[in-house]
Design a protein. Structure first.
Lengths: 262, 262
DNA sequence: CGGGCGTTTGAATCAAATCAATTGGAGTGG
DNA sequence: CCACTCCAATTGATTTGATTCAAACGCCCG
């Protein structure tokens, strides 16, 4: 039954193909493998667990901090944000999730979720009972591989986030954010030349640790230096002629050779 | 053989007692449970896996980015840092590990480690072969619980880091760092009134996303406002009369201008 | 059409980085 | 033991990058 999916996933796991956004180049072949791997994983989960599906609209809450942990979730389409709220009321977007990403790992340790997960677009998630998943792992060990890989990838991804926030100036951070977004789409087989940010400047700024004005200025500078273009109407659609130009822009921000623009 | 250890850990997992640094109060009872839980987990790992032990000295590398993934590590004593190096040469401390913490999760996804792990003091780590661990999980399911819990906790911990860097001004970030350090010690049953930072100002600054001068100034201000005291000789030993005073200090940094969500 | 957002942009301000000078320990070797 | 270097840390002066405050624009929708 799962024999068709299993080898594919296993094989995929053998060669590391969904390496986290390695700065340069969106290798088309690697992206295709990533895309295939996500599809295979979803197929495997669908066949072995027949998860319940939940359709979501922008703003819908998938789970909330404090809620008793019972399920993991896998995003089948759409995308959503993970929001952390500190006791003193600071609110912070700490993660973004795309198709194939898992949600809810933060809940395992303390038997309750530590963050809110909120859809940012029409999405559908698969609900995976954690106990059922563990039970199924006994019969289908590759499930465990997939689970651990997803947790591991999230750890790496979160660290990259921290790295970006800690080491990059504002403009570079915005450029790197767009690069990350485009790469995420590319890894899912979606086009990256024309992307629609479904976040406000305020949300982007929150995620990147800066104000909405700074985000706006950074985007304007990126547009002025032709690294991105805004579509005719609305400033939410962004055209990225060449993703690598974003990487170069980040480098230019970092090098003291002030080739950067004014 | 493991029947003595298993119920303890299982029981410990039932009530969420090692909640991540909840801002206020270092609840003595909770800390004691945490400490016990760490001891129980180490005992369980020692008995079921008889891991190889490695003694380390400050500066020793546990694993390096790019190295083929095969082992997870559990820190039995001492402590160490996790360092991420970007392709363009930016270096960033992305995590700190204490007794009972696991290292190497970042390696699972891509079959190679993504970071360096470096001892910052005389330490000893237990080497846990990942495949052996998975095999042992079949016979001792609580091992899997422990593993997932550790990964989950790390995800939460990394997010707290990001939150701190993104939402706190420099002084508050340093105060929160000391609070985190003291809490980490408290959860391991160590005294928190007198702590010895085994990091230079430069390392602290790197971890917190600021310069070493800013760290120094922040510490001076904390000392001036009596929240901490430097010991007579050397400025590495810090006396913290009341950990909650650090929490209050963070609040005071925030209160002038309450920037809730933008 | 007008009101409400989200966005852009400018000017003033402020926090943190940078630059620079000095102090203080730890270690070395005459 | 002192003179010496080396390096971490502190502190001050200055600059810079980001925030804040403010005004205006464009867009969507009732």
């Amino acid at each position: 039954m799962i024999s068709a999916a299993t080898p594919t996933v296993a094989n995929a796991l053998a060669n590391p193909m969904h390496a986290r956004a390695i700065a340069r180049s969106s290798d088309a072949a690697a992206n295709q493998r990533s895309s295939q791997h996500i599809a295979d994983t979803l197929k495997l989960l669908g066949e072995t667990l027949t998860p319940q599906r939940r359709v979501l609209h922008a703003g819908d809450v998938i789970y909330q901090a404090g809620e008793r942990f019972a399920n993991l979730y896998v995003l089948n389409s759409g995308f959503c944000k993970i929001v952390n709220l500190s006791v003193d009321g600071r609110e912070q977007v700490v993660g973004l999730k795309f198709r194939g990403d898992w949600l809810g790992f933060d809940g395992i340790a303390n038997a309750e979720y530590a963050c809110d997960a909120v859809a940012m677009d029409t999405s559908d998630v698969w609900v995976i009972r954690y106990d059922a998943l563990l039970a199924a792992c006994a019969a289908t060990p590759v499930l465990l591989t997939v689970l651990h890989e997803a947790m591991s990838r999230q750890i790496g991804c979160d660290r990259d986030s921290l790295m970006s926030v800690c080491t990059l100036p504002a403009d570079a951070r915005v450029a790197d954010f767009l690069r990350y977004w485009a790469d995420s789409l590319a890894k899912r087989g979606m086009r990256t030349d024309q992307i629609t940010l479904r976040m406000t400047r305020a949300e982007i700024g929150n995620y990147l640790g800066m104000t909405l004005e700074t985000v706006s200025r950074a985007l304007s500078r990126l547009a002025r230096s032709k690294v991105i273009h805004f579509s005719e109407k609305g400033r939410r659609d962004i055209h990225i002629p060449e993703v690598n130009a974003l990487v170069d822009f980040v480098q230019r921000c970092l090098s003291p050779a002030r080739t950067a623009l004014q």
